[in-house]
Design a protein around this ligand. Sequence first.
Ligand SMILES: Cc1cc2nc3c(=O)[nH]c(=O)nc-3n(C[C@H](O)[C@H](O)[C@H](O)COP(=O)(O)OP(=O)(O)OC[C@H]3O[C@@H](n4cnc5c(N)ncnc54)[C@H](O)[C@@H]3O)c2cc1C
Length: 242
Amino acid sequence: MSFLWLFDRSDHAKIKEVPISHSLTLKAIRPVTHNTQELTFDRPDGFTFAPGQATDFALDKDGWRDEKRPFTMASLPDAEKLQFVIKSYPDHDGVTEQIGQMEAGDGVIIEEPWGAIEDRGPGTILAAGAGITPFIAILRARLADKGTLDGYRLVFSNSCEKDIILRDELSSMKGLEVIFLVSEEKVEGLHHGQIDGDFLDKIGLEPDSTFYMCGPPEFEDDIAALLKERGVDEGNIVREED
Ligand SMILES: Cc1cc2nc3c(=O)[nH]c(=O)nc-3n(C[C@H](O)[C@H](O)[C@H](O)COP(=O)(O)OP(=O)(O)OC[C@H]3O[C@@H](n4cnc5c(N)ncnc54)[C@H](O)[C@@H]3O)c2cc1C
């Protein structure tokens, strides 16, 4: 996170740290699943980030400006447009419920990019639900740069088939091995169940390779424990820091 330092004119004493923020106007919003939207803005001048990074994001309207939530940039860092893919939780009565109701012309405020999920090269990505978002930018950027995702394997876990974000795009990324799991229904062509020890043993792990993970905290804790039981060193696991 970057800050703008404010100094007292008389003695140059630092008096305040203010995060650098950008006001954006929503250009377009489109559904990517029944409860997930893709939001498109113009990328502000000077807003640069690494694929996989997030920003603190607030709605620019009364009563909501202090309600900052982290969301990941889904677009490429050098693209003219800045995009987010955001899942709404109406039962939280929070920011994502409001985002689900946004319209072109609405304003948001974002701050400087931050985050520890980065592309360290080929490996296995374990994602659940909206935890796919850091890997959207990482996979898109790698594909644009190298022309193939050879050596990358995505294991993407969801409750139901209709919850799978950007399924067509992920399925058609050149060189990417994709395994979709759904836990609450049986669907031909998709694995049934959750990512557990038996599943990991079945797909086969190379403990010295790189593992990426993102999802709800309990998902990440469970997966980290399963990987460690199978000889994976913490240093080979790429995840967001607490
Ligand atoms: C680094 C990072 C990047 C992220 N990137 C993305 C992204 O790109 N896209 C995306 O979709 N998500 C992303 N997320 C997740 C996203 O930040 C959360 O979904 C979002 O903060 C939820 O905000 P909210 O205001 O709707 O609800 P919350 O802030 O979670 O909750 C608001 C209130 O709802 C209540 N509440 C909380 N949980 C529940 C529950 N399970 N049931 C009922 N009530 C509840 C509580 O009273 C809470 O105070 C990211 C998270 C992190 C940490």
